[in-house]
Design a binder for this molecule. Structure first.
Ligand SMILES: Cc1cc2nc3c(=O)[nH]c(=O)nc-3n(C[C@H](O)[C@H](O)[C@H](O)COP(=O)(O)O)c2cc1C
Length: 503
């Protein structure tokens, strides 16, 4: 009798465990279904093998008069600027991939297209596609996948025998995430050298790695080959009553070093870009990424800084979206990111290559609002503040999404990330403009006139709030600076760093 009761207890226990496992499995599947619309699609990859791609590539590159097409889809202009720069460097032709119907609710419509494996109709066709040998295909990462118009484009032509080179821009996702959906439309094609590009400064190195030589590549010295001048940063500072143009600043080689920090038992992962200055301490710019970004989001700025004698630290916020730091996006908020910056500012002052009196914060989008708050709380330690399209709208955005704080679920969709209650709670009653003005040193503020994510009015108001601010509206730039917009922003940054005596 006793034995039978024990048996039935064990059975009940087993059923309970199985039920919990099934619930967890469903929750996990549901989460991924939402976040990765391409995840449950049957994706095949029938593109050519590496050795076959190599054959196609050798054949094309050994020929003369190689013809290049740079085809791109761009929703807010970022990928378009990169495509244009590639066109210029390769001497190719440019083609914009434009969906006929456009997007009235881009987040919902793009996701449903990707999930449904749709092929939205395009407005134009490349009439002379057969003439091209190399086709660059550029796009923004959408939902960790390729936007559906890219699949329409790839499947609209016979691209056999051409070298297909994908490139993307994104808020942080790498191009690898998009390759399954890209390759799904590449049966029998030679796909080669894919790369996420977040600044035109990366283009020469990438094109050179691709082996695109002669006619189709303008030869530029690689970073390692840059002539290193003997001048050290102090020498620049002595001359710095007049502002030097970027090309007249001394050039440096630099190294990258992984540096991990601890914030409340959780890891912050980052990479420091350290100029070779023979052990002399250098200024440091801490580069804070935007929503869903990663330590790679601002690497193009870090490369520019380091190659001109200024160290940079690019990192993943905890739960910020990048995968190298600890924490989940549902635990992240603007304030947890401010706390990460505080840990970095304190630690960096002790790094042996850093001049602790020259620590500057640079933030893009959400990294902008966090940098602005951290600077206001650490006026003595922060010697400069560079804000690019800062997301001063976060408080308004969460109020727009929820009527009351009580209705906020444990996790919910916020733009392209899954956020959690802390994200809303920390910003619900917070007025950023009341705090940021406490930073009274000179601030550099930049915003694109065509920013489709953070309206310009948020920076207009910040410009009025700061006591001393240099404010540039970059004409035609979107949320993220690329191409000539990136170059313009870099120029402003170096002028500003000279004006405030950092270099
Ligand atoms: C609908 C939508 C989905 C997005 N999904 C992602 C994503 O999964 N990962 C990411 O890093 N960025 C994502 N982004 C950001 C864009 O990839 C990024 O801003 C890109 O540089 C924009 O390029 P464009 O200006 O050429 O459109 C998304 C943007 C939109 C509008």
């Amino acid at each position: 009798m006793c034995v039978r009761r024990a048996d039935s207890e064990a059975k009940k226990g087993l059923i309970a465990v199985i039920t919990v496992i099934v619930i967890i499995a469903f929750a996990f599947a549901g989460y991924n279904f939402y976040r990765y619309p391409a995840m449950f699609r049957n994706l095949s990859d029938n593109s050519l093998s590496d050795s076959q791609v190599e054959e196609v590539r050798n054949e094309i590159l050994s020929g003369s008069d190689i013809k290049v097409l740079v085809a791109y889809f761009s929703y807010t202009g970022t990928t378009g600027s990169i495509a244009d720069a590639i066109r210029e460097k390769t001497g190719g032709d440019l083609f914009e991939i434009t969906p006929q119907n456009g997007y009235s609710n881009v987040y919902a419509e793009s996701k449903s297209e990707i999930r449904g494996n749709e092929r939205p109709a395009l407005t134009d066709t490349v009439e002379n596609m057969e003439e091209y040998d190399i086709v660059f295909v550029g796009y923004p990462v959408w939902w960790h996948a390729t936007p559906a118009p890219i699949n329409t484009f790839l499947e609209s032509y016979d691209l056999t025998g051409k070298l297909i080179i994908p490139f993307c821009t994104s808020g942080g996702s790498d191009i690898d995430e998009t390759m399954p959906t890209f390759l799904n439309s590449c049966d029998g094609l030679a796909v080669y050298g894919e790369r996420r590009i977040n600044g035109t400064s990366q283009l020469d190195a990438w094109l050179s790695e691709l082996g695109l030589t002669g006619e189709i590549r303008q030869s530029q010295p690689k970073q390692e080959e840059t002539a290193v001048q003997d001048t050290v940063p102090e020498a620049v500072q002595e001359e710095s009553t007049k502002i030097l143009e970027l090309e007249n600043l001394p050039a440096y080689n630099y190294q990258q070093q992984e540096i991990e920090l601890d914030n409340q038992g959780q890891r912050i992962y980052g990479i420091a870009y350290i100029p070779d200055t023979e052990n002399e301490k250098v200024p440091l710019v801490v580069c804070a990424h935007g929503l869903g970004g990663s330590y790679r989001s601002n690497e193009a700025y870090a490369e520019q800084l380091a190659s001109h004698g200024i160290a940079a630290y690019c990192f993943d916020f905890r739960g910020g979206g990048g995968s190298r730091s600890d924490g989940d996006t549902t635990e992240m908020s603007v304030m947890t990111e401010v706390s990460d910056l505080e840990v970095i500012i304190e630690a960096a002052a002790e790094w042996n290559f850093v001049d602790e009196n020259k620590i500057v914060l640079l933030g893009t989008s959400q990294g902008g609002i966090t940098s602005a708050i951290a600077a206001a709380r650490h006026t003595d330690e922060v010697s400069g503040l560079v804000l690019m399209y800062p997301a001063f709208l976060v408080s308004d955005a969460v109020h727009e999404q929820f009527d009351s704080i009580e209705e906020v679920p444990d996790s919910f969709r916020f733009n392209w990330i899954t956020a959690g209650r802390p994200y809303v709670e920390d910003m619900w009653d917070y007025d950023v403009y009341e705090e940021i003005g406490n930073y009274t040193e000179k601030v550099l503020l930049m915003h694109g006139s065509a920013d489709g994510i953070v309206p310009l009015s948020y920076s207009d108001r910040a410009a009025e709030t700061y006591e001393d601010v240099e404010y540039y509206v970059i004409d035609g730039a979107g949320h993220g600076f690329s191409g000539s917009d990136f170059d313009e922003a870099v120029r402003y940054i170096f002028n500003y760093l000279q004006e405030i005596g950092i270099i």
